[in-house]
Design a protein around this ligand. Structure first.
Ligand code: CMP
Length: 138
């Protein structure tokens, strides 16, 4: 499974109608969409997804933001997916993101940063399974 990663296009990008442009960049960079859905997380579900950050000072803000509007979740496939996708999205803080990255183009702050990308192969599987049953992963 090391050729797969998980992503979420966050509520800020959805609200600004940037979903299509972001998906275009993802496809153009060579990622295949294995599974995809647009949904809205409840605060409870957002809290569960980001449970690893529960002790962080920004946790409440993060949960509130991630449940504020629709998101698009997807599992993506490409050789070296986790690392290559993190390069494509850029640094967590858009002020530090490289030119041409998704966050440089579409994120407005460290909290509202347009897109999520898994940080490891292990988390890619956990996060993908959070949204998609095995029957929905092609
Ligand atoms: P993401 O890659 O989805 O994983 C955790 C998220 O916490 C991160 O993106 C940021 O959007 C969010 N976050 C909010 N505030 C901070 C902060 N001060 N430092 C790091 N991450 C933050």
């Amino acid at each position: 499974m090391s050729n797969r990663t998980f992503t979420m296009i966050k509520p800020d990008a959805t609200k600004k109608n940037n979903t299509g442009a972001i998906l275009q960049m993802i496809n153009a960079a060579g990622f295949r969409i294995v599974a995809m859905k647009t949904t809205k997380l409840s605060a409870e579900k957002a809290g569960e997804f980001y449970a690893v950050h529960a002790a962080r000072p920004f946790y409440a803000e993060l949960v509130n933001f991630m449940s504020s509007g629709p998101i698009t979740a997807a599992i993506l496939e490409k050789e070296n997916a986790v690392e290559d996708f993190r390069k494509l999205i850029g640094a967590t803080n858009p002020a530090e993101a490289a030119e041409g990255t998704i966050r440089k183009l579409y994120a407005s702050s460290i909290g509202e940063n347009a897109i999520h990308g898994s940080d490891s192969n292990e988390n890619a599987v956990i996060e993908g399974d959070f949204f998609f049953s095995k029957l929905e992963q092609f």
